[in-house]
Ligand binder design. Structure first.
Ligand code: ZN
Ligand code: ZN
Length: 392
């Protein structure tokens, strides 16, 4: 059944499942997820969603942390209820990396005739299981354990292959189950990361509009409105993040899922990722190539959002007047409310990497952003000096 254009803005997240509509932008947008639960005690909805898999083989995947958070409970509950369940828990000493080794490990462990993958985790577990799900044509359900990134509803998996971060085509999860009682207990750094990924939508959406005006790039106002509404919901209650209120953790999780849905609407990550993501990727790749640890994706994006808002400010006489970039002071004020790190230096980004990233981050992706406009005016070297002095 086709729906009316702007209805999507009035829907609660659980009503967005299987929604599709002919948009004024000319595209038909679809949500191809069957079930989205963001609720207190959300795990109680799991059984309901799994009924069709009774008598079939389910494969639960977790790492040692997420297994403790709720993987063990889920395993016991489902076995007690008569499900055929095998599980694999990654016991890596360091953080699990979504690379050839992890993918290979899972391929070794996954039993033949598996009908469903039950992923218990956040970024990495989700990326690995989504990729395996896509390659083996086995649906997967994600049980979210932290509101740390916007990849839950995404269709791609960024993997580290031969030391490089490469984004691979994959598939939507069949269901997303987010229990806010579990999510609000996630490490604060991970909650800050999710919030940083949402803050990034201030500059990603500004970059998209910039490119629409300057390059006549395809643009969808409805998608922009959808992401802005979700973002505003959690920014309005930013102070509650510190208190880990279930309500704002739920709003944050919804915004992260909606960001993924928006990417699905457009078919590429334009609504969710602009120059702030290019900076964050540059920092991450620099750390990877030097075998250094790096911040969580969203923590980098949150700090990079401030940097990009400053570049917009430095370019204020050169951007079209219809563009309303976020004020750097405003971005800082939200970071302060949440208690997250906004200075790249405090985040551990080396000075030289930071200085280089301003000049070279635009080369990461063929996507028009404020960094490209600054490049066209031959201003990147100057901005690199100004900003490096400001932060270091
Ligand atoms: Zn549209
Ligand atoms: Zn992101």
């Amino acid at each position: 059944m086709k729906n009316v254009i702007n209805d999507i803005l009035k829907l609660n997240i659980d009503e967005m499942v299987n929604f599709n509509f002919d948009c004024e932008c000319g595209k038909t947008h679809k949500v191809l997820i069957e079930n989205i639960v963001v609720k207190e005690n959300g795990l109680r909805y799991l059984n309901e969603g799994l009924k069709e898999f009774k008598g079939k083989n389910i494969f639960l995947v977790a790492d040692k942390n997420t297994y403790q958070v709720c993987g063990d409970k889920i395993e016991i509950t489902l076995k007690t209820e008569g499900y055929n369940l095998n599980s694999y828990v990654f016991l890596t000493k360091n953080d699990l990396v979504p690379d050839e080794k992890s993918i290979g490990r899972l391929l070794i462990e996954i039993p033949k005739n598996t009908s469903l993958i039950l992923a218990v985790g956040s970024g990495t577990i989700n990326d690995i299981c989504r990729f395996i799900s896509y390659k083996l044509d086995i649906p997967y359900v994600i049980i979210a354990t932290a509101p740390s990134m916007d990849g839950y509803a995404s269709t791609v998996s960024p993997l580290i292959v031969e030391g490089f971060k490469i984004t691979y085509e994959a598939i939507y999860p069949k269901s997303i189950i987010a229990d806010t009682d579990i999510l609000k207990e996630a490490p604060l750094e991970m909650i800050h990361a999710g919030f940083g990924d949402i803050l990034g939508k201030y500059t990603s959406l500004t970059d998209w509009k910039l490119s629409k005006i300057l390059n006549d790039e395809y643009y969808c106002q409805t998608t922009v409105n959808l992401v802005e509404k979700a973002r505003e919901n959690c920014v309005e209650n930013a102070e509650e993040i510190k208190k880990r209120s279930g309500k704002v953790i739920g709003q944050l999780t919804e915004a992260l899922i909606i960001s993924g849905i928006a990417i699905g609407f457009i078919g590429y990550s334009r609504p969710a990722s602009g120059a702030e993501h290019h900076l964050a990727h540059y920092w991450e790749m620099a750390a990877l190539s030097n075998n250094q640890p790096h911040p969580l994706h969203g923590n980098s994006v949150g700090a990079a959002t401030l940097v990009i808002s400053m570049i917009y400010q430095l370019m204020k006489n050169k951007i079209p007047k219809e563009i309303n970039p976020p004020d750097p002071e405003f971005i800082i004020s939200i970071h302060e409310k949440v208690g997250s790190v906004y200075n790249p230096k405090d985040l551990g980004i080396p000075k030289e990497v930071f200085a280089d990233s301003i000049i070279h981050a635009r080369e990461i992706r063929n996507r028009y952003t404020i960094l490209q406009l600054a490049y066209e005016y031959n201003l990147l070297e100057k901005f690199s000096k100004i900003l490096t002095e400001k932060f270091y």
